[in-house]
Design a protein around this ligand. Structure first.
Ligand SMILES: Cc1ncc(COP(=O)(O)O)c(C=O)c1O
Length: 329
């Protein structure tokens, strides 16, 4: 089976398993896991922030990150198909009592944001405390948000006194696709969430990245939510290994995605990174037919299909999948 449902389906490589097996560990709830600390310090520095916190999942990292910026009864603005709005099962409302309003994207629409933004006006309206952006944008088809737009957003947010959250589950793909330094992405956000378990190929793990204060607060809330982990250096070691060995190769995934796009009739020039999204009336039937030919494809809506390339898709797999999908198209 060639599995193109998500970049989360990868298995740790032999070298990654070796790094995990030999990781130095300690009790991380006591702050005594040296490998976790190394990962947290390294990722904070990559984005030019003071500190970072290892979390089991990207969803938890997002909840913790947004929570540092938006209090109960306040709102975060985001794009309507953002992961935080659509795919975290209402966690932000359920855990931290915040609300969301959305603009139509997937691109960053500053005009819409300006229209939505609500300053604090006393006991009448929900105040906007943060604006959240997702880069790359998952359901938007792995779309990269242009750095110039992000800079404009930062300028606007500073002018109106509002914070910026970046869901950077796939920020690594944006970095490799555009050459934009990670510190530049760090600059535009007060708090980021980044994942090791997507394109980087680690079996689990994400990080919240931000100020020392935001991270100290997030450490308390992570424990409160049941996310305090113990000898978790075995997982942090996988993340460190991924940063060393799996970052630059994301360019291969992007080339594979363009090949697949062409095969299913999507303009390859419209594919920024490792995700291809396209519409078909018969999406469910197409998934079944592709599976019958040994290619797993996902639906992310009743008429929306998604292909995601990753570490476990070789050149030969991409070519075979392209042939199968083209024949079914
Ligand atoms: C953009 C984005 N943010 C956050 C997440 C959440 O990550 P996790 O599945 O580790 O909770 C995902 C997962 O696919 C994602 O695509």
């Amino acid at each position: 089976m060639i599995d193109l449902r998500s970049d989360t389906v990868t298995a740790p490589t032999a070298a990654m398993r070796q790094a995990m097996a030999t990781a130095e560990v300690g009790d991380d709830v006591y702050g005594e896991d040296p490998t976790v600390r190394r990962l947290e310090e390294r990722v904070a520095a990559l984005f030019g922030h003071q500190a970072a916190l290892f979390t089991p999942t990207g969803s938890m990292a997002n909840v913790l990150a947004v929570r540092t910026l938006v209090g109960p009864g306040q709102e975060v603005l985001c794009e309507e198909s953002a992961h935080i709005a659509r795919a975290e099962l209402g966690a932000h409302a359920a855990y931290t009592g915040i609300t969301m309003r959305t603009w139509h994207g997937p691109h960053l629409d500053l005009t819409a944001i300006e229209r939505l933004f609500a300053p604090a006006m006393g006991p009448f309206f929900v105040p906007t405390a943060a604006i959240s952006v997702e880069n790359t944008h998952n359901f938007g088809g792995g779309t990269v948000l242009p750095t110039a737009d992000l800079r404009s957003l930062r300028t606007y947010a500073d002018a109106v006194g509002c914070a910026v959250h970046l869901d950077g589950a796939r920020i690594w793909n944006a970095h490799v696709a555009t050459g934009t330094p990670l510190t530049e992405y760090g600059n535009i956000a007060d708090v980021l969430a980044v994942c090791l378990s997507k394109g980087l190929g680690a079996p689990a793990g994400s990080l919240v990245v931000g100020s020392a204060e935001a991270i100290a607060e997030s450490r308390v809330w992570r424990k409160r939510m049941g996310g305090g982990m113990r000898q978790v250096g075995v997982l942090a070691a996988a993340g460190l290994h991924a940063l060393d060995h799996h970052l630059e190769r994301l360019a291969d995934d992007h080339a594979h995605a363009r090949l697949l796009a062409e095969a299913v009739g999507v303009d390859p020039a419209s594919v920024d990174t490792n995700i291809v999204v396209w519409q078909r009336e018969d999406a469910a039937e197409f998934v079944a037919a592709a599976a019958g030919e040994g290619v797993r494809v996902a639906t992310v809506g009743p008429r929306t299909l998604r292909l995601v390339t990753h570490l476990d898709i070789s050149d030969a797999d991409a070519a075979r999948a392209a042939a199968v999908l083209a024949a079914l198209n």
